[in-house]
Design a protein around this ligand. Structure first.
Ligand SMILES: [Zn+2]
Length: 109
């Protein structure tokens, strides 16, 4: 039996079952399955989004070699240099006062 004839037989069975309680049961079941698939897709997308957020939070960019790596440790697996957190490296940043460009307001009238 090929796929086309299987489909035809299923449609014939479905048409005969449709007015009966068995047909209603199948329709209810199909509706339930669609509802479950719908809920599952929402759940899966939610879990995927949360895990992606967690993965993104754990992805670190090496300041020494520029490699992106997924690790809980602060050591870069590519070059082995110690990666400090952003808040720790703020001591080495240029002070904001010297970095900002002074914009002098000019009266243009
Ligand atoms: Zn590195």
């Amino acid at each position: 039996m090929n796929k086309a004839s299987t489909f035809i037989w299923l449609s014939i069975i479905f048409i005969f079952l449709l007015p009966t309680s068995a047909g209603r049961f199948f329709i209810d079941m199909a509706g339930g399955i669609i509802f479950i698939i719908f809920l599952a897709s929402i759940l899966i997308s939610g879990v995927t989004w949360l895990s992606w957020r967690k993965i993104k939070a754990n992805i670190k960019s090496c300041g020494n070699c520029g490699a992106n790596y997924f690790s809980e440790s602060t050591l870069c697996p590519i070059c082995g240099s110690n990666q400090k957190l952003d808040k720790d490296s703020s001591d080495f940043n240029i002070p904001a006062s010297s970095a900002t460009i002074d914009i002098s307001a000019e009266e243009t009238d």
